[in-house]
Ligand binder design. Structure first.
Ligand SMILES: Cc1cc2nc3c(=O)[nH]c(=O)nc-3n(C[C@H](O)[C@H](O)[C@H](O)COP(=O)(O)O)c2cc1C
Length: 382
């Protein structure tokens, strides 16, 4: 992998940190560019109280000089404003650290499995890192990947396809401005309203909702990823990137989820040759992926989110200390996060595509990467 990133930080610690290694020198980059997606991740109807506290922004602390990358590792920091309220609980030092162990583990969370795995007796020590707060760091890193892809006119965008039982009726062409105007990031106005009502209903009932987001990457050249080995396949890399998002339980590439019910005659995209444009596919059921390689069509990835596991009316559980049946611990929580998960999905897809782009075209500088990509594109049949 040419492009790698590692995140660190607890949900209520002072900050999240991400180091991105492998970004070529000469990419224009500012903190303002990264702030846009961080703000989009915080939004979406159905979020809880935490997002009212945070005002996420990334501070660039290495790898950039004069608004251009240096080719060295890029370090980004995202402050947790909520840390102010958690300093005693999250103290690094032993003296004065406030402990009130959480033992009534929450179903659908890492609480119990994490306590067993790490030999811990307080679910706080698990949930601080297992929390989806970590995805703010991914979105900051994804902003860098998006900047890189944008230099080559590759865009990565997302919308909400379903929330609870409400499905969007999708227009032939997505109106992206309408998506960003919708409180649930859905391109269908009627479905948007029904989704908001469904979230209100779930909130009133002390319940939660899941749904489906779709990420679309356009302008991706054919030939990224490889069938050479299982772990070089772009379909597999995208699937892992998407399912690594907390609460994302399934992924569908193109119409992959519907494909098992279709006859072969209605599933596959037949290629054609168009003079001046080269080889293309009039349909795109494969979601731009064949044999683990991008085929030049838009890459389409759907992420299926389970309903949020923390309910205001807590689920049945067990107290790991007393071993008695109890109601699960409740900690301030979102009701639905599908709109935000779409933004995280964009980040994960952008990081994956930037990585396979760099794997194929290399380049220590943006100029070199651009030269290599242009030469490849020029050599494609037209
Ligand atoms: C943006 C985002 C916000 C989330 N917020 C919450 C939340 O407030 N409460 C909650 O119980 N789960 C929330 N989750 C989901 C949990 O993080 C996730 O279900 C949990 O860590 C267990 O992981 P798993 O569902 O992937 O197995 C959120 C997920 C995302 C993507």
């Amino acid at each position: 992998m040419t492009l790698r990133f590692l995140t660190a930080g607890e949900s209520h610690g002072p900050q999240l940190t991400v180091i991105i290694d492998g970004v070529p020198a000469g990419l224009p980059l500012t903190a303002e560019q990264l702030a846009v997606d961080l703000a989009r991740r915080q939004g979406g109807y159905g979020r809880g109280g935490r997002m009212k506290i945070e005002r996420d922004a990334a501070r660039i602390v290495s790898g950039v000089r004069g608004a251009r990358t240096l080719g060295s590792p890029i370090t980004l920091e995202v402050q947790n404003r909520d840390w102010e309220n958690w300093q005693a609980v999250m103290r690094v030092e032993a003296e004065g650290v406030k402990r009130k162990p959480i033992t009534r583990v929450r179903p659908g969370h890492a609480d119990l499995a994490g306590m067993l795995k790490y030999g811990l007796d307080d679910a706080r020590d698990v949930l601080e890192r297992a929390s989806a707060r970590e995805t703010a760091a991914r979105v900051a890193a994804g902003g860098v990947a998006k900047q890189l892809l944008a230099q080559f006119e590759i865009s990565v965008r997302s919308y909400t396809r379903a929330i609870g039982g409400v499905e969007a009726a999708l227009p032939r062409t997505i109106r992206w401005a309408a998506v960003e105007r919708s409180p649930v990031r859905c391109p269908d106005d009627d479905a948007s309203r029904a989704m908001v009502a469904a979230i209100d209903g779930a909130r009133a009932a002390g319940d939660t909702l899941g749904g489906v987001f779709t990420v679309i990457a356009e302008g991706v050249p054919p030939g990224l990823g490889s069938y050479r080995q299982w772990d070089t396949r772009l379909d597999g890399l995208l699937a892992q990137a998407i399912v690594s998002i907390p609460a994302c339980k399934a992924v569908s590439l193109g119409n992959g989820a519907e494909a098992p019910g279709l006859p072969g005659s209605r599933e596959h995209d037949t290629p054609v040759y168009r003079r001046g444009r080269g080889f293309t596919h009039p349909t795109n059921r494969a979601g731009g992926l064949e044999g683990g390689i991008s085929n030049g069509e838009a890459i389409v990835v759907h992420g299926m989110m389970k309903p949020i596991a923390t309910l205001r009316r807590p689920l049945d559980s067990v107290d790991v200390k007393t071993r008695r049946a109890v109601r699960a611990h409740y900690e301030r929580s979102d009701v639905c996060v599908v709109p935000a998960a779409g933004v995280i999905g964009e980040a994960m897809v952008a990081l994956t595509l930037a990585s396979v782009l760099l794997d194929k075209f290399g380049g220590d500088s943006m100029r070199e990467l651009s030269r290599n990509l242009s030469a490849y594109k020029r050599a494609l049949p037209r």
